[in-house]
Design a protein around this ligand. Structure first.
Ligand SMILES: Cc1ncc(C[n+]2csc(CCOP(=O)(O)OP(=O)(O)O)c2C)c(N)n1
Length: 621
């Protein structure tokens, strides 16, 4: 079937039976490609039927379909003229793992961070009306994404404006792990509403006594009736009270039924409509159905077994979780907070060992930070583990609620630096910059696991204000070098030298060290300083003013945007001294997707490339 589909127009021409037959083909394609390239397989398999039904009824060039996060849009990509390129998913210059308006005219709004779809859809709806343009706008948002403040803000505004707009709530009861919160409990309540299910069970039982053909016809009639009947039994007041017409719950894997409902809504809508669709994450691939958190998003895996191909090394995330468990054992004040990322941030063990001191707040980074503030002001020691890219969303809370009040919250910023295949929306390339300007903040970055442990311990003991530790994605580096005791605002001098210094922060220190080794081999007469900066803030004023100012040349290394980061701080401090500072980091642009080595190469930031660049300068020296 899939071979026949060149564009969404072809989907619109298919009969219901053909639509049903198309679904397994798409699922097969998604499984094959994600097994090779990694990616968000579970969410995409879950909405394959929903996507087909949407494209049967709506025309994505006249109407607008906005996928929240965009991680579930693989079937949509396949059906909107990207099947041929789908093999390049998440690879350098290939198809993005999320929606991207520069990739396709069918992608109505870019995403990667969650919960933006209703706001964007409302903007599009209003703009269309102002321009007198036809077409429906459809936001598809997951139950997990609905936990974020911005989604509530958008529902509030949509209900108020009362424009014709469709919100599809894709309810699979899961965020990455099990979804949390009172709203989720409410949604579950809708699904298991006892009176409704009791009536339904009795009716279906009754049908079993009829002969085959009559039974089938009665079931068809009952299904239609059920869509209306359900509203009598189900407590749907929240969405209705917010100004939406509520439709559902609807089986998200029943394509004919979805098509029927979409047609009906399209024809009859007045004001905003919420269609509550129930799906199964990972639908159609047994391993993904059985283990939704693992198959939410993962690296390459073996299709026949569902086993991951990469080696099982301890990641920085896991190392953080393990260390925090050890610290929390002896320090009852430590609490851990995640915003729907317990797996990703390595906190699953912590959640099991210290359930009363673990909080998954849902996709609610802003709330996570201010909630930590409340805990801290009462004397607790909160560790907030959030990916660097997602903390961007809570910048004001970090400034206004935490730093301004000098609250001793520890921010564990996972996935600092570039993250690879997830691309521009997920790289943590700005955190050194956006934390750098905040007064009262201590900002550290470890170059290896041992350093990381020292920093986590430092954070646990520090009471005078907030501490941020940013660390990269990937394997926690073990290292023979025993670091000296951590002192606030002191660089670690790994090799004392003269004339020249290599200053690296965090993961980039390892690049500095590799370059240092090359210099020692090629220029035995040179003895550069090798510095593991440890602290972005406060910087080591002592070293910079006393020692560095008398050097000829300094190279700084960071896996962060050059603007406002480590190198720019060092340069600013040394403006009045004759020493020359060359900084290596990411340029002022959004870094695309691709493997980390490929991206470093593209930006000429791997140690070999940097070395080649600085060699002539060294020769002069
Ligand atoms: C602001 C933000 N925080 C965290 C994430 C990481 N994240 C990606 S998808 C996801 C779960 C989304 O759940 P849901 O909306 O129910 O969609 P599903 O994956 O279940 O289809 C999370 C937490 C994100 N993309 N954006």
């Amino acid at each position: 079937m899939l071979e026949k589909i060149k564009s969404p127009e072809d989907v619109r021409k298919l009969s219901l039976q053909e639509l049903i037959a198309l679904a397994p083909d798409i699922r097969k394609r998604i499984i094959e490609v994600t097994a090779r390239n990694g990616g968000h397989i579970g969410p995409s398999l879950g909405v394959t039927d929903l996507t087909i039904a949407l494209l049967k009824v709506f025309n994505p060039l006249e109407d607008r379909i906005i996928w929240d996060v965009g991680h579930q849009s693989y079937a949509y990509k396949i059906l909107t003229e990207r099947n041929e390129r789908f093999d390049t998913l998440r690879q350098m210059n290939g198809i993005s793992g999320f929606n991207n308006i520069f990739e396709s005219r069918y992608d109505a709004f870019g995403a990667g961070h969650s919960s933006t779809s209703i706001s964007a859809s409302l903007g599009i709806t209003v703009a269309k009306e102002l321009k007198n343009r036809d077409g429906r706008t459809i936001a598809v948002i997951g139950d997990g994404a609905l936990t974020a403040g911005i989604a509530f803000e958008a529902l509030n505004h949509t209900g108020h404006l009362h424009k014709d707009m469709i919100v599809i709530l894709n309810d699979n009861n899961m965020s990455i792990s099990k979804n949390v919160g009172a709203l989720q409990a409410y949604l579950t309540n809708i699904l298991v509403s006892r009176s409704y299910n009791a009536v339904k069970a009795k009716v279906w039982d009754l049908f079993q006594h009829f002969p085959g053909r009559i039974k089938r016809r009665m079931i068809a009639v009952a299904q239609k009736f059920e869509e209306n009947l359900i509203n009598f039994f189900v407590p749907n007041v929240i969405f209705e009270d917010l100004g939406f017409k509520y439709v559902g719950p609807v089986d998200g894997h029943n394509i004919p039924r979805l098509v029927r409902i979409f047609h009906k809504v399209k024809r009859n809508m007045v004001g905003p409509v919420m269609i509550h669709v129930v799906t199964k994450k990972g639908k159609g691939y047994e391993f993904a159905e059985a283990n939704a958190p693992k198959f939410h998003g993962l690296g390459p895996f073996e299709v026949s077994t569902g086993e991951c191909i990469s080696k099982k090394e301890i990641s920085y995330s896991r190392f953080m979780g393990d260390t925090l468990c050890r610290l929390a054992k002896n320090n009852k004040k430590i609490v851990a907070i995640t915003a729907a990322m317990a797996e990703g941030t390595g906190l699953v063990d912590f959640s099991q060992k210290f359930p009363s001191r673990f909080f998954d707040v849902g996709i609610a980074e802003q709330h996570a930070v201010t909630f930590a503030g409340g805990l801290a002001i009462e004397g607790m020691k909160p560790f907030v583990a959030i990916y660097s890219t997602f903390l961007q969303r809570a910048l004001d809370q970090v400034i206004h609620d935490i730093a301004l009040q000098k609250l001793p919250v520890v921010f564990c910023l996972d996935r600092g630096g570039i993250v690879g295949e997830d691309g521009a929306t997920h790289h943590g390339a700005f955190d050194l910059s956006y934390l750098n300007f905040i007064p009262n903040m201590i900002v550290m970055a470890p170059s290896n696991a041992m350093e990381f442990e020292l920093m986590l311990k430092f954070g646990a003991g520090y009471q005078d204000g907030p501490v941020a530790i940013r660390y990269p994605r990937g394997t926690a580096l073990l290292c023979d070098r025993k670091g000296s005791k951590l002192k606030t605002g002191c660089f670690e001098i790994v090799n004392p030298g003269s004339k020249l210094a290599l200053l690296g922060i965090g993961n980039a220190f390892n690049d500095a060290e590799a370059i240092f080794k090359k210099i020692k081999t090629d220029f035995p007469e040179l003895n550069p300083y090798l510095i593991d900066a440890r602290f972005l803030k406060p910087l080591d004023v002592n070293f910079l003013f006393k020692t560095a100012a008398s050097l000829d040349l300094i190279f700084t290394f960071e896996d962060n945007s050059l603007i406002g980061g480590f190198g720019s701080s060092v340069q600013a401090m040394l403006t009045n001294s004759p020493v020359k500072v060359h900084s290596f980091g990411y340029p002022d642009q959004f870094i695309p997707h691709g493997s980390i080595p490929a991206l470093k190469k593209k930006f000429k930031l791997n140690p070999e490339q940097i070395y080649r660049k600085i060699k002539p300068i060294l020769a002069e020296l």
